[in-house]
Design a protein around this ligand. Structure first.
Ligand code: ADP
Ligand code: MG
Length: 653
């Protein structure tokens, strides 16, 4: 039996070489493995007689092997078998699967799961011994995001082993609040008896996750109350807003005022600035920075990526030429400046906070609302004011439900002159024409094109056979645009390579950038004119909206083209809604109402969301979690989340 915190090597079948491969995906414990959530489930649960099979339908048959052969053609091989059940015979065929010959025994019966082809043969069927608890056939089969060098079937086997032999988890929530017990939750998450159960399992984990956040938030609030004073900043009322190249929107002005009131107090600020992409959060943070520096204090500004840190450096030094900025990266040597300075960078800045002693710390986007970082901050010997910025589309009241420790400022208005981005749903037939149109646009008005693909590399898995990868798309697009400079940027490049490409992008030395959603995290490219989103159906509408927000930042008429890799009418309908709506929250709500089992719980696969199981827009679920949270509190029950993986719920200090 396995305990959640046990090492994965405890599991039968997982030796050191497999565990090394899993470690690359941050899977170290049994719990980590259990939280390797299926991307979707393939329905191989329907059993049919051979006589009743129809073309292209995925089913499972139970049949006896009557003949088996293996044939080599050069380096390729082909395996054929004949099987039969009570209704008649069937031919099966595999390619390059020589092990099949040894796996099948003449005269024995097996489950075969697959589809009939044009010629009435079942191609590449999955094979499994007959039992009433199968793993790969005759059931809803989990499909996982792949782990390099681990076969999909083996991954499934490991999860089966672990879900079947999991120690009973002590589970207060299940008994007190009539929720699905965790042992069952993990079973149904991976090997569900029906689709309904997968939803229940995800809901259970989502509740766990949300409660963890709420609890942590309450702890922080308590700490904040108990704690000593922050630096006091004084702001000259007459000059609270400096000269800027543009007029602030009234939402920006309001948020600025709220912020400035907070930092003029010795109670440390803990404020979230919420605003859609492009709403202009940075300048508001910049103004607070300016006043803090004017009061002779340092400021720290933490961006989620190097690219963004450099971007902020450029924007802020343009908007506020009077301030002193030091870029801090893992590579730069840190030295404390004499003049009040804005220290800007990624995680490297956090490690230097105790030395910098900033009066104000700003977190930009994707930082889980600073929840983890705030634990780091609570270890400091001083109390800074904290500002967190986010574009997460979540209604205000819900945000406050989860994050009781935060004050909230909302920028609910776009800078004047922004034109809504013209968005089209395109088809493959229109691709060549679209490229011609793009060439014409670039000739006429200049500008840059972003091409975003869901994945870096093509997935071997049939579930993703049509999904466009960045490397493939780059190879396709480059020869189509001989007069343009086309480059590829994704997360697997070295940071040097990424830095170089980013620099060239900012300097407008790249016309067309093919990339993965790493551009999503808030990059500001004023010249970006057109964004193409490949396999657009792989993204939630709220995520598409974030991506679309990358273009048209300088007020030019910008365009967004969606190329779906599926022609399903539901997909077209969903994407069609996107072409007609420009409101992030509305789109998030639409995502929620039209959820399928697969995309019910966020877009974590693409790194958009900080939540793994819940979704910011899942109002019902957040409300339910809040009720449980309140009941736990009023009955003074101590509860600790079992889901303590870094990436899901923060561990307590
Ligand atoms: P986000 O809220 O997504 O972080 P940014 O702060 O990056 O948005 O702002 C997007 C762009 O809009 C920047 O180029 C910024 O200089 C510009 N901008 C911000 N506020 C205004 C405004 N009031 N009028 C015009 N442009 C603005
Ligand atoms: Mg931003």
């Amino acid at each position: 039996m396995y305990s959640l915190s046990g090492k994965i090597t405890n599991a039968t079948g997982i030796g050191p070489s497999v565990s090394d491969k899993l470690a690359l995906k941050n899977i170290h414990t049994i719990q980590d493995l259990l939280l390797w959530v299926p991307l979707r489930y393939e329905d191989r649960s329907e059993q049919k007689l051979i006589m009743d099979l129809v073309k292209d339908e995925l089913v499972t048959i139970q049949a006896e092997v009557t003949a088996i052969s293996n044939q080599y053609k050069g380096r390729r091989s082909m395996q054929r078998a004949t099987v039969r059940d009570s209704s008649g015979p069937l031919k099966l065929i595999w390619f390059n699967a020589p092990f099949i010959k040894d796996a099948l025994v003449k005269g024995q019966s097996y489950f075969f799961s697959g589809k009939l082809n044009n010629r009435g043969m079942m191609t590449q069927p999955k094979v499994e011994k007959i039992s009433n608890d199968t793993t790969h056939t005759n059931r809803l089969v989990p499909i996982y995001s792949s782990v390099p060098e681990i076969k999909a079937g083996n991954l499934r086997r490991y999860l089966k082993e672990v879900t079947q032999h999991l120690d009973p988890i002590s589970d207060l929530l299940a008994t007190e609040f009539d929720l699905l017990p965790l042992n069952e939750t993990f079973k149904h998450l991976h090997f569900p008896d029906d689709q309904e159960l997968t939803i229940k399992a995800r809901e259970r984990l989502a509740i766990e996750e949300l409660l963890g956040l709420m609890q942590h938030s309450a702890e922080i609030k308590q700490q904040w109350k108990d704690n000593a004073s922050a630096h006091l900043v004084t702001v000259d009322k007459e000059n609270s807003i400096p000269d800027l190249p543009f007029t602030l929107t009234s939402a920006q002005q309001r948020s600025t005022r709220e912020l400035l009131v907070d930092i003029q107090s010795t109670t440390p600020m803990n404020r979230l600035l919420l605003g859609d992409v492009g709403s202009g959060k940075t300048v508001v943070a910049g103004i607070a920075t300016l006043h803090t520096l004017n009061n002779n204090h340092h400021v720290a500004f933490i961006a989620p990526t190097q690219i963004l840190a450099e971007q902020h450096l450029e924007t802020l030094s343009k908007l506020f030429p009077q301030i002193n900025i030091q870029l801090l990266t893992a590579k730069t040597k840190f030295s404390l400046a004499e003049k009040p300075t804005l220290y800007l960078g990624t995680h490297a800045v956090i490690n230097k906070l105790q030395q910098i002693k900033p009066a104000l710390v700003i977190y930009d986007e994707q930082h889980r609302f600073g929840v983890e970082q705030r634990s780091e901050i609570s270890k400091l010997t001083f109390r800074p004011h904290i500002l967190t910025m986010s574009a997460t589309p979540i209604p205000r009241s819900l945000m406050l439900t989860i994050f009781s420790h935060l004050e909230l400022s909302v920028i609910d208005e776009m800078p004047a002159g922004r034109k809504p981005i013209k968005t089209w749903l395109a088809s493959e037939k229109k691709r060549a024409g679209s490229y011609d149109w793009i060439k014409k646009k670039l000739r006429e008005s200049g500008g840059q094109v972003l091409v975003v693909c869901p994945f870096i590399e093509h997935s071997e898995h049939e579930a993703f056979a049509n999904v466009k990868s960045a490397t493939e798309t780059f190879a396709e697009i480059k020869p189509q645009f001989p007069d343009q400079k086309v480059e590829l940027l994704h997360g697997r490049l070295t940071s040097d390579q990424k830095d170089k490409i980013t620099k060239r992008l900012f300097d407008q030395k790249i016309d067309i950038l093919v990339t993965t959603p790493i551009v999503e995290v808030g990059i500001d490219l004023p010249a970006a004119l057109i964004i193409i989103i490949e396999s657009a159906e792989r993204f939630g509408l709220a995520s598409l909206h974030q991506l679309r927000g990358r273009v048209g930042r300088a007020g030019q008429q910008a365009y967004c083209l969606l190329f779906p890799s599926s022609k399903s009418p539901t997909i077209s309908q969903r994407l069609d809604v996107f072409t007609k709506t420009n409101d992030g929250i509305k789109l998030a709500e639409f995502d929620l109402q039209n959820r399928g089992a697969g995309d019910l719980f966020g877009t974590n696969q693409h790194g958009f969301d900080q939540l793994q199981f819940s979704n910011w827009t899942n109002i019902e679920l957040i409300t339910k979690a809040k009720q449980i949270f309140d009941e736990l509190k009023s009955s003074q029950i101590t509860w600790k989340s079992v889901i303590s993986r870094q990436s899901t719920t923060p561990t307590a200090n």
